[in-house]
Design a protein around this ligand. Structure first.
Ligand code: B16
Ligand code: MG
Length: 223
């Protein structure tokens, strides 16, 4: 990969980058933990960000010190998802994170290709309710992938659907595992959140409000 390949596509994680659905995941997981008889804190919830549904359940169960059989695990995950879906079906455009919509509009106007790369199996519901769906040329979510981040599958599939070389892609991610996935995919990356956890990204911003096409080109012009 040449580091000077011009950027042709931006790939976005969903939860934590474009919308804050972590709070709804938290409420649903907390309710499940409550039914199972243990506490689940917001700090515990940090460990579930960017992690797939079943892997999240396993982390939660390990916190509670419970190890049910596979059928019970599936039923518990479904129960949590039902509560979570109740929350996200009530979402609207007001829940788009600051700067995200303006940046997506600027990318489209500038001819950049845009893809979603999310672990969520509920991504379409969220994109439709927030009216973000039309901004994406390709949507890769948890219904299309087998391996979870840090495996690069979700982003490689995104690049493939866009017909763009991975070296010409930039990933926007809020999770360390997502930055790792971007690196393994041979893509550049921008962390959205704290430099303490996202230090391996090419640059870190606190929100997409700090992003513009000009800033994007500037960040990578010398690398
Ligand atoms: P679902 P992302 C991830 O979304 C969330 O960060 C993570 O907390 C969640 O467990 C995962 O999606 C699966 O979500 O239960 O809706 O399939 O950050 O990859 O956009
Ligand atoms: Mg995320």
């Amino acid at each position: 990969m040449t580091l000077h390949t011009p950027i042709r596509a931006c790939l976005f994680d969903l939860d934590g980058v474009l919308v804050d659905t972590a709070k709804y995941h938290y409420l649903a997981w907390k309710r499940l933990a409550g039914e199972l008889g243990f506490e689940f804190t917001e700090q515990d919830n940090e460990r579930l960000k960017g992690v797939s549904r079943m892997a999240s359940l396993d982390i939660l169960l390990s916190i509670g010190g419970i190890s049910p059989d596979d059928d019970t695990r599936l039923a518990l995950a479904e129960k949590k998802n039902g509560w979570y879906v109740d929350y996200i079906t009530r979402m609207d455009e007001s829940e788009i994170l600051p700067g995200a919509l303006d940046f997506l509009k600027e990318l489209k106007a500038g001819g950049m290709l845009v893809a979603l790369g999310s672990a969520s199996k509920n991504a379409m519901t969220i994109l439709n309710n927030t009216k973000l769906a039309p901004y994406f040329d390709a949507i890769v979510d948890g219904t299309k992938t087998v391996s979870a981040k840090p495996d690069p599958e979700v982003f490689l599939l995104g690049a493939q659907e866009l017909g763009v070389d991975p070296a010409a892609c930039v990933v926007f991610e809020d999770a360390e595992a997502g930055i790792e996935a971007a690196i393994r995919a041979g893509m550049r990356s921008i962390g959205v959140g704290s430099p303490a956890t996202l230090g391996r990204a090419g640059a870190v911003v606190s929100s997409l409000r700090e992003m513009s096409l000009r800033r994007l080109e500037k960040i990578f012009s010398s690398r």
